[in-house]
Write a protein that binds this ligand. Sequence first.
Ligand code: NAD
Ligand code: LMR
Length: 322
Amino acid sequence: MGKKVCVLGAGGGIGQPLSLLMKLSPQVTELSCYDIVGTAGVAADLSHIPSNSSVTGHLPSAGTWPPTHDTGLEAALKDAAVVVIPAGVPRKPGMTRDDLFNTNAGIVKTLVEACGDFCPDAVLAIISNPVNSTVPIAAEVLKKKGVYNPKKVLGVTTLDVCRANTFVGNAMGKNPDDVDVTVIGGHAGITILPLFSQVEGFSPSDEELEALTVRTQFGGDEVVKAKAGAGSATLSMAYAGYVFAENVLKAMDGDDSIVQCAYVESTLTDSPYFASPCKFGKDGVEEVLGFGEITAYEQGWLDKMLPDLKKQIQKGVDFANN
Ligand code: NAD
Ligand code: LMR
């Protein structure tokens, strides 16, 4: 069945390549690209690609593409099955994701308010950082509107899984695409916890395990540093966002084999939001799955992350309610 996907922040470093991949997706028949700048050009450009999807560009005011198309967020969001949100500022070297809170919290709040008004049934895939706080903000905004569905408000942590797969695949001399590491917790520094003990056939030394764990936790910083002030991960994130959205769409379409990690409302730990494997279905997350047995080493990291994670969640909840 045809599906409309909307990208909010479609003119940005992630938004443009993500929109390209969504335009190519066999699951998507309608793609709407919204941003505060640039989407007329993005949509006109993408529209020349022969695929099964139409494409429209939207801005808050005049200048949409095609020129006859309705402007604004309402038209971008109306009838969307999935809304992917990479709107907001990225980090520069020396910053934490939490340093983005002051700018991005307000952006996400405003955009999710519009989602609540114009596509209350859509699955929201939130990429904007700090994800640990922006997902709780989105949930609180939708609760106030009486349209919150915990199965449909999802933080995208797929890039952490991509990194863990790549790093461990390379360490094992295997195709990283054949590895699927479970990554739990949140999406910032030590709140990211890859469960390498669950990777079949992988027996690293203590030093190797520590190096791989920390590299996965701080993979974002590696890219921020290499980009030297020009932003953070965009291409790998566009790929990860595409994989995540494509899986959500496949499950909506009846594929009952979709399990992927997502940062969602959760009772697995005493953190109210937590990333873990989730089974997806026609309405988003069908079941938040457990993360299986973990080692004492992993438990140590879990115990260490929870206070930080809970603080970042509360910060988002407080922002949305004040
Ligand atoms: P960018 O600056 O290149 O693009 C952001 C886009 O958002 C811009 O085009 C900007 O105009 C747009 N925007 C700003 N305010 C908006 C609003 N109110 N409505 C609509 N669009 C708006 O940044 P980027 O590199 O694409 O990163 C975007 C966000 O994604 C950052 O917060 C970054 O930290 C985050 N990120 C998350 C992950 C993850 O794994 N979850 C990975 C990489 C980046
Ligand atoms: C990432 O993990 O690459 C993103 O969260 C962007 C960042 O700030 O590191």
